[in-house]
Design a protein around this ligand. Structure first.
Ligand SMILES: Nc1nc2c(ncn2[C@@H]2O[C@H](COP(=O)(O)OP(=O)(O)OP(=O)(O)O)[C@@H](O)[C@H]2O)c(=O)[nH]1
Ligand SMILES: [Mg+2]
Length: 244
């Protein structure tokens, strides 16, 4: 559809206002039961591009924008959630085969009228089928990144809604205690695999276990997208935020 620069500027301003309003609404209310993924006009993504892949520490690109990393065990749905957030089917490679993401992948993501982020798709942990050497190399790469990245503002920790928190997630949370300035955001993925009636009680149970509010997500339906964006925009704004 053709549009003039003026139209685009107007639209841009409208979107910026919408992003701000959505964040404010979540601050004030914060209690909207759920978002079903149908709010497609909120948090519209202007651009999302792969910027770099790092298989070793010295390949990590220069830090530029606010960075948000997606972490979790292999196959939990990190790459799928990243794609769902940016509304692109296959920006990050997904696979039925665990261990697909073998390096740290960096994506530049700009919201219409909002900030630019770097989304970071991390290799999954807990994947049994890689060699011990490879698993150790991934761990070192991951830990060095998490420990040293100055622009890292939040780690989105993904757990499968059906499995919940396990030792690896607790270890990761403990590891991140050394960097209290990094926000931890918990997401329960593949919520669509639970019957509708079981979803809310399961999220409540997971939130109780994690002692923070867990955001339920579905890469299939887009559920959780708006709620997660609100948190990320809020974090990027530099405001302190409670997780409850
Ligand atoms: N039904 C459903 N399937 C999902 C969802 N998220 C991911 N999947 C599926 O789960 C599988 C793994 O998804 P990925 O996004 O590749 O998982 P990952 O965590 O990036 O995996 P690694 O890169 O191996 O660590 C794929 O077959 C996805 O289609 C979801 O929300 N719902
Ligand atoms: Mg992946």
């Amino acid at each position: 559809m053709a549009s003039t620069p003026k139209d685009r500027a107007k639209q841009h301003a409208k979107n910026a206002a919408r992003n701000a309003a959505a964040v404010n609404a979540s601050k004030n209310a914060g209690k909207r039961a759920s978002d079903s993924g149908d709010a497609k006009n909120e948090f519209r993504v202007q651009s999302a591009e792969f910027s770099a892949g790092a298989a070793a520490g010295n390949q990590i690109p220069e830090a530029r924008h606010v960075e948000i990393a997606f972490a979790g065990r292999s196959n939990v749905g990190k790459s799928s959630l990243l794609n769902m957030m940016v509304q692109r089917k296959s920006l990050a490679r997904t696979s039925r085969t665990p261990g697909r993401t073998r390096q740290i992948n960096f994506f530049d993501v700009s919201l219409v009228g909002g900030p630019t982020f770097v989304f970071v798709d991390l290799p999954g942990y807990g994947y049994a089928k890689v060699s011990k050497t490879e698993a150790r190399d991934w761990k070192v790469l991951l830990e060095d990144y998490l420990q040293g990245r100055t622009t890292l503002r939040a780690v989105v920790i993904l757990v499968d809604a059906r499995r919940g928190l396990e030792q690896e997630e607790l270890d990761l949370i403990e590891f991140l205690q050394t960097r209290p300035e990094i926000q931890i955001v918990m997401c329960a993925t593949k919520l669509d695999k639970l019957p509708l009636a079981a979803q809310k009680p399961r999220l409540q149970e997971l939130s109780k276990d994690a002692a923070v509010k867990v955001i339920g997500t579905s890469a299939e339906s887009g559920g959780g997208r708006v709620e997660l964006w609100k948190r990320l925009v809020w974090i990027a704004s530099g405001e302190d935020q409670s997780s409850s």
